[in-house]
Design a protein around this ligand. Structure first.
Ligand code: 5GP
Length: 227
């Protein structure tokens, strides 16, 4: 993909967007904190952002589509992918295995493609170790434990024991909040979305990511010399 040719012009003077390196935008949260809603809104609003589709051994849920939500694979296939070093990171989460396939990610980043990752704290730590400069880790917190319980109860038809187990998992996930560079409290979904969007926009402007800057500034100063 060539972002120098087909990107929209910005500002009053027609000018193609500067070339830049893509980023890995990680959203983590306990289930019930609103991460899925935020992720869907981001993907719908932002064509420069693509979902990193994970592989998993967990069974498909109603409404999920293979290849869109996850690559649903057998345990044997997952283990073979580990042996082939096909994952950027992988982890066991709640009794199943999840991993980020490497293919496309490195090449995409180089071409300026941003990726959204819906992965847990273990995957975030691994990506951070492997590619710190490319990673933007964002953690979403629920506004209170009562509200989290309400959300987990509202969505579940399960018995209280199942809800308690979910609350326990949520507490465990929350305990990793300090591994994240950004933390957003989801009091209000629209406000939370706005804040997450702002993080993404600001991170795109980091100088180190704007690989086209050197040339752009050279041309600016050369123009200045001619004037
Ligand atoms: P679910 O089964 O509800 O879709 O996801 C369960 C958990 O696994 C979520 O916390 C999600 O963020 C995490 N997860 C999904 N894909 C990956 C992945 O590729 N790597 C890691 N480390 N976690 C993942």
């Amino acid at each position: 993909m060539d972002r120098t040719s087909d990107s929209p012009a910005t500002g009053l003077h027609e000018r193609p967007a500067l070339q830049r390196r893509g980023l890995m935008f990680i959203l983590s949260s306990p289930s019930g904190a609103g991460k899925t809603t935020i992720a869907r809104k981001l993907l719908a609003a932002d064509p420069a952002l693509a979902l990193s589709v994970s592989a998993t051994t967990r069974p498909m849920r109603p409404g999920e589509v293979d290849g869109r939500d996850y690559h649903f694979v057998t345990r044997e296939k997952f283990d073979a992918m580990i042996d082939d070093s096909a994952f950027l990171e992988w982890a066991h989460v709640f009794g199943h295995s999840y991993g980020t396939p490497k293919s496309h990610i490195w090449a995409g980043l180089k071409e300026g493609q941003d990726f959204l990752f819906d992965i847990d704290w273990q995957g975030t730590q691994q990506l951070h170790q492997r590619a710190e400069a490319d990673v933007v880790p964002v953690f979403i917190l629920p506004p209170s434990i009562d509200e989290l319980r309400r959300r987990l109860t509202a969505r579940a038809t399960d018995d209280p024991q199942v809800i308690e187990a979910r609350m326990e998992r949520a507490r465990a996930e929350i305990s990793h909040w300090h591994d994240y560079q950004y933390v957003v409290v989801n009091d209000d979904i629209d406000e939370c979305y706005r804040q997450v969007r702002q993080i993404l926009e600001a991170e795109r402007l980091r100088r180190a990511r704007q690989t086209g800057l050197v040339r752009f500034v050279r041309e600016l100063t050369e123009d200045g010399n001619r004037a």
